[in-house]
Ligand binder design. Structure first.
Ligand SMILES: Cc1cc2nc3c(=O)[nH]c(=O)nc-3n(C[C@H](O)[C@H](O)[C@H](O)COP(=O)(O)OP(=O)(O)OC[C@H]3O[C@@H](n4cnc5c(N)ncnc54)[C@H](O)[C@@H]3O)c2cc1C
Length: 317
């Protein structure tokens, strides 16, 4: 690999030994480990530390909280833990990186920074369905965040699209607000865990409909209905609803990395077992990398491993 050498004394950028992009569970864990190892680290977070879990009602499968914990509370605890080890957190979105220079360069909307090694932990975002009416009605009845928007649908008929863990979990939360909820699944079976499906069955105002393809969202200024097609019969019908919450898979936050790192066909970062990416000195951790499970526990394990390997990389250099 050929590096473009830039002498440190000539660098105008703010220099740090390590940079972490994204302060969800993976990035926060990596920062705690690097802080304790006394490695000068800067953390970039475009919103608030905590990541995706902050928008989640309850986490029940993260050890240490036998009664479950709200996503917001767990996020707050993680943020406190992050700050305990003097993390230098910048509330800035990373828009570009230059990975072939030495040190590498990180560009945000506010300025530019340089670092010897980087951990990318930018997580994922909810996928859109890509059907007519969707882009126009996001924020006007279509939402991706039950915690944020549930109170707007008090007493209304709504749909949740996707019967995986996230969809069913959030439908259960929404059932405290909405009058009735149809959970629409594209496959011929739901993919959520059994315990969540048991709870869904116990709720009078929740109904699961499988083999349903959403073909369009209807409404001018606000959502008034969702058109669905039964997959085998191809029969279409319109469900009159005022709200639609979409949990139909995720895509990685890697737009700023295209052409700079090896990504899989969906855009997730490819890593080896040590979480090294295709560029020397760049590691990836958590949901943003190609992995079979997107959970807090796996993101945290990744954050620890990536930080450990980054430390070894710096020491070897
Ligand atoms: C509705 C829902 C329910 C869930 N329930 C559970 C559950 O019960 N149990 C469980 O274990 N997991 C659950 N999860 C999954 C869990 O939230 C994720 O697996 C976990 O948050 C992944 O952590 P991460 O650090 O990899 O990424 P994220 O949590 O996504 O954090 C990534 C961070 O990077 C930031 N970022 C992104 N791009 C940039 C950029 N360019 N510049 C700066 N910052 C950037 C983001 O703002 C974000 O804060 C749920 C997820 C959802 C959506």
């Amino acid at each position: 690999m050929q590096f473009i050498i830039r002498k440190k004394e000539n660098i105008e950028d703010q220099y740090h030994t390590a940079a972490i992009i994204g302060a969800g569970p993976a990035g926060i864990t990596a920062s705690i480990y690097l802080g304790r190892a006394k490695i000068d680290t800067v953390v970039f977070e475009r919103m608030i530390p905590g990541g995706y879990i902050v928008a989640t009602d309850k986490i029940e499968n993260y050890p240490g909280f036998p009664n479950g914990i709200s996503g917001e509370e767990l996020g707050n605890l993680m943020e406190k833990h992050l700050k305990r080890f003097d993390a230098q957190v910048k509330t800035e979105e990373v828009t570009n990186v230059e990975l072939d220079t030495y040190p590498m360069k990180i560009i945000t909307e506010e300025g530019s920074y340089s670092a010897e090694a980087i951990i990318i932990a930018t997580g994922t975002k909810n996928k859109r369905l890509g059907v007519p009416g969707e882009d126009e009605l996001v924020g006007k009845g279509i939402s991706f965040c039950a915690i944020c928007d549930a109170p707007f649908f008090e007493g209304e008929n709504i749909v949740v699209i996707g019967a995986g863990n996230s969809g069913v979990q959030e439908a259960l939360y929404l059932s405290k607000f909405a009058k009735s909820i149809k959970v629409l699944e594209f496959l011929d079976h739901p993919t959520a865990e059994g315990i969540l499906l048991d709870r869904l069955k116990q709720k009078d105002n929740l109904e699961l409909l499988v083999s349903q393809r959403v073909t369009s969202f209807i409404g001018k200024d606000r959502l008034t209905g969702v058109e669905v097609e039964e997959k085998t019969s191809k029969k279409k019908k319109v469900l009159k609803v005022k709200g639609a919450f979409i949990y139909a898979g995720v895509s990685p936050n890697t737009d700023f990395l295209k052409g700079k790192l090896d990504l899989d066909k969906e855009g997730f970062i490819k890593t080896d077992e040590e979480l090294r990416t295709s560029k020397e000195g760049v590691f990836a951790a958590g949901d943003v990398r190609t992995t079979s499970l997107h959970q807090v526990a796996t993101a945290i394990g990744d954050g620890a491993l990536a930080a450990h390997n980054l430390r070894e990389y710096i020491e070897e250099k």
